[in-house]
Design a binder for this molecule. Structure first.
Ligand SMILES: Cc1cc2nc3c(=O)[nH]c(=O)nc-3n(C[C@H](O)[C@H](O)[C@H](O)COP(=O)(O)O)c2cc1C
Length: 188
């Protein structure tokens, strides 16, 4: 059975390359991964005042992430870091006592129109996620930085760069082995 993966889309753009990347992955890996995009656009700004009584859409967002086998982050880079909307969503996940991400298997992909493919954003993201209140079990290595993404995704939303496709294939294969290994370790 396919692994149920919730893909957190770090972009709020309606024409997001990172969303297109996730949609491409959803189709390409449908036999192994059941990927559902999860959006962070409309979440209220986190405040400690309401962390235990979050608005309905935040509750829905947290429940949506909880109801998954694994999590995937699709990360754009804004000013050498992750976009504020993504940080806000992660702040919500870190609070309220439910620790939705803890020990959940996950991996990260990211793209930008610049040549570095969101490398700085992903470095920040890994650091943020290392907080014990978050702490998903992230696939080590396998760092997916898709630079010049606008030249690698066509009008139909398909990835057209063969080297990137081959690399993504290997990352997904590695994630599935990692996921299976994680599950076996938990069962043992
Ligand atoms: C406010 C802002 C800041 C950005 N900063 C960076 C940056 O630091 N590094 C980079 O490579 N691209 C940067 N970009 C370009 C984004 O990576 C590019 O717009 C990318 O397509 C965003 O992802 P999306 O298409 O999924 O929304 C920035 C874009 C915006 C709007």
């Amino acid at each position: 059975m396919a692994i149920r993966v919730k893909a957190i889309i770090g972009s709020t753009s309606s024409t997001s390359h990172n969303l297109k990347l996730i949609q491409y992955m959803k189709n390409r890996y449908a036999d192994q991964l059941d990927i559902s995009p999860v959006f962070v656009n409309d979440l209220e700004m986190f405040s400690i005042d309401i962390e235990n009584t979050p608005p309905a859409n935040v509750r829905k967002f947290k429940d949506n992430i909880k109801d998954s086998d694994a999590v995937l982050f699709a990360v754009p880079e804004y000013n050498f870091s992750i976009p504020g909307a993504l940080k806000n969503a992660i702040d919500w996940l870190s609070r309220g006592g439910d620790y939705t991400l803890q020990n959940k298997p996950g991996f990260i992909v990211g793209s930008s129109i610049g040549v570095f493919g969101s490398i700085r954003a992903q470095m920040h993201l890994r650091e943020i996620l290392s907080n014990p209140a978050l702490a998903p079990t992230l696939l080590p290595g396998n760092e997916v930085y898709i630079g010049s993404v606008h030249e690698k995704i066509n009008e139909a939303g398909e990835l057209i760069d063969q080297a990137t496709i081959d690399f993504l294939d290997s990352v997904v294969k590695n994630f599935i082995a990692f996921y299976d290994n994680t599950r076996n370790t938990v069962k043992a």
